[in-house]
Structure formats: structure tokens, C-alpha cells
Design a binder for this molecule. Structure first.
Ligand SMILES: C[S@@+](CC[C@H](N)C(=O)[O-])C[C@H]1O[C@@H](n2cnc3c(N)ncnc32)[C@H](O)[C@@H]1O
Length: 325
């Protein structure tokens, strides 16, 4: 029998990072159940609506989901779906199903997360027909791969890998027909912040080196050196979750810098307060009527401590640098 690997501090740290996937999913489940946005698929990943979340948290998730989707959909439309998407640290995200329903599926949609997170996701897909049917419908041959650790179909692929191990990531993506020649959208939503700066920098650099025409969308913390930011770090620390990459989250400039230093041609960043004010205001007015918000200042502070940074390179001259809010 093989000797068991000793349990180390870094295993505990990785476990805490993996647990953040449940936080994101339960918050999205709750906000969508309240009507902030429609997500008919998330219920198959988290059955119960769970504990009530504060209105400012729901509005924060609304801004995050709408903001990221705005840029993602703009990229897919710009490329007329002749592109691929790679969701890095996708967790239990349901974007694949939304894009299929909206006729916006890219040629192939890839997701990467730790193997244990991926096996949970695949188990749900295997056992819930509303999740598996759209994958089968978009698959043309009998070669669909669906085992405990990976899923590969014509249009959707889920890979278990550690994003800090670039050569393994690259190898697995290529094994599943990643095409470096296609315009590619990379998405990381609350993921890079859990990686040490040299590791996230390697990942961002790998993306710039691998694709000649691409866009990277990164949603995560910003303005983390002020008092509010420090409290956010301490709260997570209490749950043994270290924001190892917080250094890149000091300002909008430091967020842009990480892309401009690693081979990306163009980068923009906005805090979520600004993005919230640029979202379609009739829909913002609709969600603001859903729940009474007492803590307007807290919402503002929260939104000022998250951002979306997006970077592009555009050898095919598609006009990617014009994609914005
Ligand atoms: C806060 S969750 C966000 C999940 C999803 N992006 C969303 O917004 O709903 C962070 C995710 O990143 C994944 N992650 C973090 N570091 C990773 C790494 N080194 N390799 C693979 N996945 C990682 C975690 O397992 C987790 O699922």
C-alpha cells in the first residue's frame, strides 16, 4: 500500500480556497432566487436557497454577474461565436447553460478548477438531466467523455487542474482541443487573488503567450490597502483563507499593471461602484425595488473594493480594445 501523503499547511490553505466556491454559489443561488437575475440552472448545484443574505451582498453579486456577462457577451458577439472561452477557477458556474439558451455558445467552452471541485460539478451534471441534456444536444459523435475528473464534449469541457502548474494546465487544455489560433476569452472571477503574485503572473503571461487574439476578464478585490480592505483580509484569514495575491489588488493601476507587464497590449479597470452606475439603469432600478437597503454607505464601500479589469491583444484586428461599458 502506498504511504499516505502527510497533510500540510498548504493542503489546509487549498481546502479553504476550494471552499470559496460554495460561498460564491450559495450567494448567487440566493440572489437569483430573489429575482436579481435569472439562473434556472444554479438550483441543480445547490439545492436549497440557504440562509438569507444581506441586500448589499445581493446587489454586489448582481453587479458582478451583470458586469462580467456584459464584457463576456460583447466578446462573443464581436467574434460571432467563432471563439473559445476558458473560465479559470470556474467553480460551479452556470455560464455554459446560459450561453446555450441565448444562442451565444462559443465554439468550445472550457472550465478549469481543482480536481475535487470538478468531480463535484461533474457528479451533478451526470445526475441532473437539465444539466446533462444541453451538453448531449450540442455533441455530435458518440465520443463524449464523462468520467469522475473530466468532461469533454464538442462544445463544453471541464478540466481538473491546479492553475499554479502551467505546464500541466497547458497540456490538459491542448489534449482537449484547445485551439491557440482562435480568438479566446479568459475569465477569472475571484480566483487570481488566491494565488501568490508570481503564480498569477505566470498564468496571465502564459495566456498572453499562447493566444495572439484574446481578452482576459478579471473580477476581484481592489483598494485593499485601506481600513475596509484590511478588515476584508482579516475576515477571510479568520476562516484560514489567505488572500495570497492581495498585492496586485492595491489599486486599479496595479490590476492593469499585471497585464501590461506580461504581454497584453491594452488594459482597462473600473471599480464596481462605477460599473454599477454604468449598467442599464432601468434594470438597476428594478433590482433596487426588490429589497429595502438601509446600509447605502456599506454598499458603496463594498462596491469600491471590487473591480473588473480587462486586457486585450488583437492580432486579428477585431477591435477588442474598444470593448467596454
Ligand atoms: C471564489 S470561487 C469563484 C468561483 C467562480 N469563479 C464564481 O465566481 O462563481 C474561487 C474558485 O477558484 C478555484 N481556484 C482557486 N485557486 C485555484 C487553483 N490554483 N487551481 C484551480 N482552481 C483554483 C477554487 O477552487 C474556487 O472554485
Amino acid at each position: 500500500m502506498a504511504a499516505q501523503k502527510p497533510f500540510t499547511d498548504s493542503d489546509t490553505a487549498d481546502e479553504a480556497v476550494r471552499a470559496t466556491c460554495d460561498d460564491a454559489t450559495t450567494c448567487k443561488r440566493f440572489a437569483s432566487s430573489k429575482g436579481y437575475w435569472k439562473d434556472p440552472y444554479i438550483q441543480y448545484f445547490v439545492r436549497s436557497v440557504g440562509e438569507r443574505k444581506a441586500p448589499e451582498i445581493n446587489r454586489g453579486y448582481y453587479a458582478r454577474v451583470q458586469g462580467v456577462n456584459h464584457l463576456l457577451d460583447a466578446f462573443i458577439r464581436k467574434t460571432e461565436c467563432d471563439c473559445q472561452v476558458i473560465n479559470l477557477g470556474a467553480g460551479l458556474d452556470t455560464t455554459f447553460w446560459r450561453l446555450k439558451d441565448e444562442n451565444l455558445l462559443p465554439r468550445k467552452f472550457f472550465e478549469v478548477d481543482f480536481p475535487t471541485v470538478v468531480s463535484r460539478k461533474i457528479h451533478n451534471i451526470k445526475t441532473k438531466p437539465p444539466l446533462s441534456k444541453p451538453i448531449i444536444e450540442t455533441h455530435s459523435t458518440d465520443s463524449l467523455l464523462l468520467d469522475a475528473h473530466s468532461l469533454d464534449s464538442d462544445r463544453y469541457c471541464i478540466i481538473g487542474a491546479d492553475l499554479r502548474d502551467i505546464s500541466n494546465l497547458d497540456e490538459k487544455l491542448k489534449k482537449f482541443q484547445l485551439n491557440p489560433e482562435l480568438p479566446t476569452l479568459l475569465l477569472s472571477e475571484c480566483v487570481l487573488v488566491y494565488m501568490a503574485p508570481p503564480q498569477s503572473s505566470n498564468l496571465v503571461h502564459w495566456a498572453a503567450e499562447t493566444f495572439h487574439t484574446a481578452m482576459f476578464i478579471n473580477y476581484e478585490q481592489v483598494n485593499m490597502s485601506d481600513r475596509f480592505g484590511q478588515v476584508m483580509v482579516e475576515n477571510l484569514q479568520r476562516r484560514h483563507c489567505t488572500l495570497a495575491g492581495v498585492e496586485a489588488c492595491q489599486s486599479l493601476d496595479s490590476q492593469k499593471e499585471r497585464f501590461l507587464k506580461t504581454g497584453w497590449e491594452h488594459a482597462d479597470a473600473l471599480d464596481m461602484m462605477t460599473i454599477y452606475s454604468m449598467l442599464p439603469q432601468n434594470d438597476v432600478a428594478r433590482i433596487e425595488r426588490l429589497e429595502f437597503l438601509d446600509e447605502k454607505e456599506l454598499l458603496q464601500q463594498l462596491l469600491q473594493h471590487y473591480s473588473i479589469c480587462w486586457a486585450t491583444k488583437d492580432k486579428l484586428n477585431l477591435g477588442l480594445s474598444q470593448l467596454a461599458f
